[in-house]
Design a protein. Structure first.
Length: 367
């Protein structure tokens, strides 16, 4: 039987409520200017709203002709090209993969830190989160098909192929070794790592550092493919309000989060990137234990915490684990979670109950 690609929504920008005019006065009588931009980087949509006290542009590195939004965008391009991409030979991840089975390779301090934290999440989740499943992800190749312009035939991978790809993965086989003045990484032959499950979160952390280097930035809300950073304060006061996508209708919002500055929000859902074969949805969030798209009874998980990598990685892990195990995991990271299940119930951790307002009457709060 012919198998057709199901076209999902492409990358959906996070909705921001009560958008503020581009120019207004700050509390100290200084002009506050708003820099808005929508661009692409790291293979996704980057939406930026940055508030600058005083004249914009405001770069402090001598390049006073650059807007903060331009500096951020360049940072993201550099991050992909130099560190995170598995496609580009210039990136550290690609270089690690190229040395699989050939011995250790020295990595930057930043990469060593990211890998160490990924391995910690893998350990905490019993392998439900695993960056070593690059071969498995390439086998399914759902990201590529979901982004295609026109419907095409999609062939599901064979079970034997899936088992072979799973055999090449395993976070415990990744060796991270601290030497006197460097850190080296070793992975076995056939393994391929992929930091896609934390890439947007890493980007948020790097964006935060960039904003901190610009003292005139008083507030910002930035979306990297739907993963969101709130930073500083809104010029007119009050908290940031961030929409949470309705997994049944991604053009709508299931509710809204109210957050202060300094938080990262990441959502993993089966509606983001997927294909349909004979009426069955196969999404991009793979369960390392089975090699197939995760089936945990959840359609969406949103995680809020003060760290981008953790928010991104935990949202993936929680989706794979299911609600009960996910709640226990989030406690270890002082993070909050919002879970939407396949029966249209919305479940929340205690801290999330103070931040989330349900807007859709087609959903009910789980008890």
């Amino acid at each position: 039987m012919k198998k057709y690609l199901k076209m999902p929504w492409a990358v959906r920008l996070a909705t921001l409520f009560a958008m503020i005019p581009a120019l207004f006065l700050g509390g100290c009588g200084q002009q506050t200017e708003c820099e808005n931009s929508i661009d692409t980087a790291m293979g996704t949509v980057i939406s930026q709203t940055v508030y600058v006290t005083g004249n914009s542009p405001t770069a402090t590195n001598g390049k006073t002709d650059e807007k903060v939004t331009d500096v951020v965008l360049q940072k993201l391009n550099d991050l992909e090209q130099q560190e995170l991409s598995w496609r580009l030979d210039s990136a550290e991840v690609a270089k690690i993969n190229a040395t699989a089975g050939k011995g250790p390779i020295q990595v930057s301090a930043a990469m060593a830190g990211w890998l160490k934290r990924c391995l910690q999440i893998s350990e905490q989740t019993g392998g439900a989160f695993d960056v070593s499943i690059g071969k498995l992800s390439r086998l399914w190749d759902i990201d590529t098909w979901a982004a295609a312009d026109d419907p095409q035939d999609y062939e599901l991978p064979e079970r034997e192929e899936i088992e072979q790809a799973c055999a090449l993965a395993g976070w415990k086989q990744m060796i991270l070794e601290q030497r006197t003045n460097s850190t080296v990484v070793s992975i076995p032959a056939g393994m391929q790592i992929d930091l896609g499950a934390v890439g947007k979160g890493v980007a948020l952390d790097e964006i935060r550092k960039t904003l901190e280097e610009h003292p005139k930035v008083s507030g910002a809300v930035i979306s990297v493919g739907g993963s969101i950073l709130t930073y500083g304060n809104k010029p007119e006061g009050g908290a940031w309000q961030i929409a949470v996508t309705d997994p049944q209708d991604p053009s709508q919002s299931v509710g809204v989060l109210t957050l202060d500055g300094g938080y990262c929000v990441s959502t993993s859902g089966d509606y983001e990137r997927y294909v349909e074969v004979d009426g069955v949805r196969y999404h991009h969030i793979l369960d390392p234990a089975t090699g197939y798209p995760a089936r945990s009874g959840l359609t969406s998980v949103t995680v809020v915490c003060d760290d981008g990598l953790n928010a991104d990685g935990l949202s993936t892990a929680c989706f794979v684990l299911g609600k009960e195990k996910a709640e226990e995991l989030l406690k270890k990271y002082n993070a909050d979670g919002l879970f939407v299940d396949d029966s249209d119930h919305v479940w929340m951790t205690e801290g999330m109950k103070e931040r989330f307002q349900l807007l859709k009457d087609t959903y009910s709060i789980g008890e």
